[in-house]
Every structure is written in C-alpha cells, then in structure tokens.
Ligand binder design. Structure first.
Ligand code: ARG
Length: 582
C-alpha cells in the first residue's frame, strides 16, 4: 500500500538498524516522529532528528546527514537536510499516479486497514430509556456509536450493534399507574411516545406534589400514595401479571416505533434490541458467582463490591430489598454477550457522566476472574447544549432528537426548494442534507469536548459544515457525469493544486487507522474537510472538463474520480449520506 508515512518509517527503521546497530527503535516509534510540515518549503514529510539524538547518542545534524545519504524509496524524489531536520519530497507525478491507481483498484475498500478480519466487536450504543424522551443528549451515543460500528466494519470486523434499551425499571410502575389513571388508548396510539412522556412527566410532578404536602415520616422519608402505587404495579409486572406485561410490551413497542423513525433517517439499524429486561434471569448466576468468590460485602443491608483498593467507591450489586441495580445488569449482559458472540472487543458508548459506572463494573468483572475484562472498552463523550430558545419543545427544556432533525430538514427544504421544483425530490434531498448537517456538526468535535449546538452554523452552506462537504461531493459527481469515470492518470506533469489533492487522498488509510485506534470519528470528519478544501482549491484553479490538453484533462478527471470515491467512503464512515445532487 502507498502509505508515505509508513513506508518511510519502515525504510528509516531498517536504515537506522544498519547504521546504528545498538539502537532499538521500532518502526512504530519512528512513525510517531514523522511530521507533515505545515510549510511546503520544507517538503512533504519531515523527520525532526533531535527526537532521535537521545537514543542514538549523536547530534541531530549528524543523524540527519547519515540518514539522508542512505535512504532510498521509489516514491521519494529528494531528501534534504535542513538544520536538524530531514525533509522528504515526493516525486509528484509518480506519487499521484500510484495514489489514484490504488484508489481505483481498491474502490470502496481503499483506506481499509483490514486489521479486524476474523475478529468480532460488539457495540452497545444509543440505548435510550423507554418512555423517557429521546433527546439531544442521546445524539452522541447514537452517532458516535454508529460511526464506530461503521469504521470497525470497514476495518473488516464482524460487528454486532446492540441497542440496550432501558426497557425495565420502576419507571414502568409509574407509567402503568399514570396510564390507568389518566391514560387514553387512542391518544397513545395517535401521539405515541410523546403521550407516554406526558404521562410520565405528569405522574412525577404529582408524586412530587404529594411528597411536598406530606410530613416526613419517622425515617425522614416523605410519603406519596402514587409512588406506593407505582412500586406495587412494578412488583406486579416483575411477578408476571398479565395486564401489566401487556401494557409494558405496548409501551416498549410504541417507543421503539418512534426511535426507529430517527434511526431510519440516520441510516442506522441494530443487530440486537436486547434491552435491560432481557437480563432479569441472567443476573442471579452472576450474583451467586460474586458471593461464592467472596467479593460481596454487606453494607447497611445492601450488597456491594468494595473497590477502595482501586481508588473507587463501592460497586452496588443488590439493594437492601434484594433488587438488582444498573451495574448488576451490565455485568450479566457482558457475560451473556461474551458467551453469545465471543467478542474480541466490547465497546460501550455513553456520556462521560457514566465513566465511573463503567470503570467500577469493569473492575468487578476482572475481580470475578473473567480473563476477557481487558476487552471491555468505554467510549465516553462530552455534554451537548443548544443555543436558541426556538428549539425548545413542549416537554420543557429538553430537545427531542426528532424535533432537531425535523427543524434542520425544514430549513434545508426552504433553502433548496427553488432548485428542486419536484417536492418529493426536494424532500428527499432535504432529509439527507438536514440530518447530515447535524451529524457532521456533532462529529466535527473531539468527542470529549462539550458542545454548544448552533443550528445556523450547522446548516450553513459555506464554512466547514455538512452541507458544504455534501455539496463538494455532488460537485465531483457532476464533473464525472460529463467525463470518463474510469480515466487513469497520465504522465502529464502536475501543478501544486493537483499534488495537494493527491497527498490529501493518500492520507485516508492512516486517518482511518487513527480513528479506529482512538475511537474518534472526528478524525474522519476533519479528514473530509481536508479533502474538500484540497478538491475545491483544485477545482477553482484548474480547468477540468474544458482543459485543452487531453493528457492533463485525463489526469484531472482521474483525480476527481478518486476524490469522489474517497469522499463517499469517508462520509459513510461518519453515518452521512452522499446525495449526487443537491
Ligand atoms: N440506558 C442508559 C441511559 O440512557 C444507557 C445504557 C448504556 N449501556 C450500558 N450497557 N450501560 O443512560
């Protein structure tokens, strides 16, 4: 594969071993030292030799000279010593020819590290809590999770996407009481999850009012008859009461129908919807194992695993009344998934607020003696807020994902309707662009950064936005419509713009590898922006279809085809559609 950095690192590694036999540097370490110089005058790749002087015990200058004399690689046109730097320059035409040739040969596989072949990864993401609003706080887990799934798939992994629905717990007791008291079948059928959320909000408010009105009992706890009723209904549900089971199933399916609309817009499908309820009968065996291995301690009536030696608060396994908790369920689910899928890696995508929860139960899994504990990976992300009161929904201060998407789609529709007189066609494009804008905006940031969502910025057609990159992709398509898609690069000499583009395209494989290693989709998002900037620079400065020199024209068309291919693959990896027309 033509990977300038990797190939150069490998060549340098061999050369260093030959010239400095005492050195123990690996190709990986050298790879980390190589830089893409910000200033083109310094070449296409640089090695700051001061980083080698400690291990080689020579001055940077001396190292640079020695290495410059010995290195040879077909893609390198020249190697220069500048200060303590070794500056590499590629041979333009030959390099671009190889890059574009490789892209056309590998097609949709171009850029795949193939490091996951034969391995399985299980990804737990999105996982909303049924009958609670599916709001912008879930945007992160949903799109980061799905993007990580797509990136792993691209790398050859067998992927199992799991939506671990929050489909069990005392909230169902509340919902059953609320529905029986105030509910209306037709309203739920018509308004779906919105109606369930309204019922849920109402009972919570009424419970709070009852508690506020009551005097605290001897144990300091305020009473609420509605809360008691909710507990009783949940107990009945747990015991298999038919009426309650039927209601619960109905609430879950009504909610799912709603989530699936959002998933459809995002192009997301799950391989499993096994939610929390599925693990009810799988927990006792794990609790038993914990008890037998002497890990459980009784603390004020509750069963816990002491994690003080590891600097963490205890992990709660059973409440005083013997009921199970969030960590208990996660442990049982992990064991089940290991048995069912024999995963090599299990990824959990949640907000950083849950980082301690994951660190705790991962540790418990380790203490239980499961040797695969090291395969559990938590991928956290920062918080999201939204500017502009306009987006607030009737549920108060939470913003529902479906409303966010609907607003984005409506705005894009307004902007594009003049260009697309057919309303159905316009609506289809508006959905791809509107949803894509939100996804792109969200995934432009490092996942740990807190985001303040600005709708105007996300939807802008200029600036580094989703619409801009989709537009750039559509531009490549419109050029190719009028040219030969299968054109190959000729030997015509290339200008700076063409070389910039070829270099940007050559970096795709290493960006994918980094995104995979760091579980960081934003590396792909930023890569897409680099390619778009390079392509648009090229498009403005170099005529393509109207170029008079046939040989140059052919190379430019080939570069456009390669760009189109890479953008389509990269957009797919961050769950974005790539419409050919906007
Ligand atoms: N349902 C949870 C929530 O909305 C997220 C579940 C994350 N996955 C897990 N295995 N704990 O907060």
């Amino acid at each position: 594969m033509l990977n300038l950095k990797k190939n150069t690192a490998a060549a340098l590694c061999a050369l260093i071993a030959e010239k400095y036999p005492a050195a123990t540097l690996t190709a990986e370490e050298i790879l980390d030292m190589l830089e893409y110089p910000p200033d083109k005058a310094m070449g296409d790749l640089a090695l700051p030799c001061f980083r080698l002087s400690k291990s080689l015990r020579r001055s940077p200058m001396e190292i640079a000279k020695t290495l410059a004399e010995g290195i040879s690689l077909p893609e390198l046109a020249s190697v220069e010593v500048q200060g303590g730097y070794l500056n590499f320059r590629v041979d333009g035409t030959a390099f671009a020819k190889r890059v574009v040739g490789e892209i056309s040969e590998k097609g949709e596989k171009y850029g795949s590290p193939m490091s996951g072949v034969g391995k399985t990864v299980v990804l737990d993401y999105s996982s909303p809590n049924v009958a609670k609003p599916f709001h912008i706080g879930h945007l992160g887990t949903t799109v980061i999770g799905h993007s990580l799934k797509l990136i792993h798939e691209f790398a050859g992994y067998r992927c199992v996407g799991i939506n671990y629905l929050g489909d069990w717990g005392t909230q169902f007791g509340k919902l059953i009481v609320a529905y029986k008291k105030w509910g209306d079948k037709a309203a739920v059928e018509e308004k779906g999850v919105d109606e369930l959320v309204a019922l849920y909000v109402r009972i919570n408010n009424e419970i709070k009012a009852e508690e506020d009105a009551s005097a605290a009992g001897a144990d300091g706890v305020k009473s609420s008859p509605l809360a008691d009723a909710a507990r009783a209904e949940f107990k009945k549900l747990e015991e298999g009461n038919e009426e309650n089971i039927a209601l619960w199933k109905w609430f879950v399916s009504v909610s799912l129908e709603e989530y699936e609309k959002t998933y459809r817009q995002l192009g997301i499908t799950f391989d499993s919807y096994k939610g929390e309820s599925f693990y009810t009968d799988k927990m006792p065996a794990q609790v038993q194992k914990l008890r037998e291995s002497g890990l459980l301690k009784i603390d004020d009536g509750a069963s816990i695993v002491d994690l003080e030696p590891y600097g963490m608060p205890p992990c709660l396994i059973l409440k005083r009344d013997g009921s199970t908790l969030y960590p208990t369920r996660d442990i049982a689910a992990a064991v089940y998934r290991k048995q069912t899928y024999a995963f090599d890696k299990a990824i959990y995508v949640t907000s950083a607020a849950q980082s301690l929860h994951f660190a705790q139960w991962f540790k418990v899994v380790e203490l239980m003696g499961y040797d695969w504990y090291g395969q559990l990976v938590h991928v956290p992300y920062g918080t999201v807020s939204i500017n502009g009161a306009k987006l607030a929904t009737r549920t108060g201060n939470v913003i529902l994902l479906k409303d966010l998407f609907a607003e984005a789609i409506a705005r894009v529709y307004e902007i594009t309707k003049e260009k697309h007189p057919d309303p159905a066609e316009c609506a289809a494009i508006a959905e791809k662009v509107g949803v894509g804008a939100i996804v792109f905006y969200y995934l432009s940031n490092n996942r740990m950064r807190d985001i303040n969502f600005m709708m105007e910025d996300a939807l802008s057609f200029d600036g580094n936005t989703g619409p801009y990159v989709q537009y750039t992709y559509a531009r490549t398509c419109s050029v190719l419509e009028k040219a030969d898609r299968n054109a190959v690069m000729t030997d015509a000499p290339l200008g700076e713009r063409e070389m910039e583009l070829a270099k940007a395209l050559s970096r795709f494989p290493e960006r994918v590898e980094a995104a995979l290693a760091e579980s960081e989709p934003s590396l792909i998002t930023r890569y897409i922006l680099d390619v778009c900037a390079a392509y648009n620079g090229f498009y403005h400065d170099c005529s393509i279809l109207s170029c008079e020199d046939a040989s140059v024209k052919q190379s430019r068309v080939a570069l456009t085809a390669a760009t189109s291919r890479v953008l389509k693959t990269a957009l797919h990896l961050i769950c974005m559609q790539s419409p050919e027309k906007i």
